[in-house]
Design a protein around this ligand. Structure first.
Ligand SMILES: Cc1ncc(COP(=O)(O)O)c(C=O)c1O
Length: 339
């Protein structure tokens, strides 16, 4: 087995034991169909196979490409595209080939697109407070009627409370989730159907009514989610190499930057904590010494914990899984990138 330090950098690395802890912790709280893992977080049929083997066989997708790839990998038992689309023909083709495809709709236009594209099942996407997709709860019944008139089967409702994911005050967060789910519940009464879907990593334990939670980040975590105090551990890092050190040792530069790290939630963190990220540019991250050190030399290996897991993974072609001895024990292709 190669050791991770023998692999060329930048390399996206998953710590296997922590990954297993995250998977088992979530599975304990939301076993089998109580979790619909969100493929957008990892974009990998290899990871999805691990989840399916753990009992989660229904998946959430964010792109048509994810739906197509999951079905092609034999994971098309129950795929929800939790997103609106106006050209559903590719989804219809996947359904015609035998996969179970459900698409989120929040307008007469997206309902017409689903029907014309050959999709047979929809969920009414309800806005529960995040200024993104989803219909007004009062419109949900009208849209369900329109969908049924168009020949579609309405499975129920979904509502993503993305604005409530990363609250530090858990009591306040629980109250806010309950309020937003009151809206989803009201919509569900108007819509009918047996399924209600909501939630994410930050709210996975605050739902007492919905059938399934749509979480994905919990498997890997990031510095942003780590601040919330959830029982999941950070296991993802971009391994880099120091390629240049300032003559007076004020800074060091590694070989991965903005094109290897999702930065919309802030800078990555040096792991373990032996310096700080000063800034990232396209292909470089500049480190400065922190409280705990920072005497780097050219050739040193540095691990950077990303601030946002989803865009970080989407920038890489593969993830390498290591054991507790830093030996590479598996490799997952990030094969669902693109659209
Ligand atoms: C529709 C939807 N559901 C659920 C999630 C939750 O994912 P996470 O596990 O990152 O909290 C997301 C994340 O953006 C989402 O867009």
């Amino acid at each position: 087995m190669p050791r991770i330090d023998d692999i060329a950098t930048p390399a996206l690395v998953v710590e296997g034991p922590g990954f297993r802890h995250n998977l088992d912790t979530m599975r304990g709280a939301r076993p089998g169909p109580a979790l619909r893992p969100h493929v957008k977080a990892f974009k990998s049929t290899g990871v999805a196979q691990v989840l399916a083997a753990a009992g989660h066989t229904a998946f959430c997708c964010a792109t048509i490409r994810e739906v197509e790839g999951m079905a092609a990998a034999g994971l098309g038992q129950d795929l929800l595209l939790a997103n609106e689309v106006l050209d559903a023909r590719r989804l219809g083709a996947v359904a015609a080939a035998g996969a179970r495809i459900t698409v989120a709709v929040d307008s007469v236009e997206t309902i017409a697109a689903a029907a014309q594209g050959g999709v047979r099942e929809v969920l009414i996407d309800v806005n529960v407070g995040l200024p993104r997709c989803g219909c007004d709860p009062d419109d949900a019944g009208r849209l369900a009627d329109a969908a049924r008139s168009a020949g579609l089967s309405v499975r129920g409702v979904m509502g993503y409370e993305g604005h409530l994911m990363d609250w530090a005050d858990r009591d306040a967060q629980a109250a806010a989730v309950a309020t937003s789910m009151t809206e989803l519940r009201r919509a569900h009464e108007l819509v009918g159907g047996g399924l209600s879907s909501a939630g994410g990593t930050g709210t996975y334990d605050l739902h007492h009514w919905v059938d399934e939670i749509q979480a994905g980040s919990y498997l890997f975590m990031d510095t942003h989610y780590a601040r919330v105090g959830l029982p999941f551990v950070e296991v993802l890092s971009v391994h880099t190499t120091v390629i240049s050190v300032d003559r007076r040792r004020r800074w060091a530069v590694t070989d991965a930057g903005l094109k290897a790290l999702g930065m919309d939630h802030g800078n990555p963190a040096v792991h373990p904590d032996d310096g700080e990220v000063f800034f990232c540019s396209d292909e470089h991250t500049t480190l400065v010494p922190g409280e705990h050190g920072g005497t780097w030399r050219v050739g040193d290996r540095i691990r950077l914990r990303p601030a946002h897991v989803d865009p970080t993974i989407a920038m890489h072609e593969r993830m390498l899984v290591v054991d507790e001895h830093d030996e590479v024990i598996d490799e997952w292709a990030v094969d669902l990138r693109g659209w």
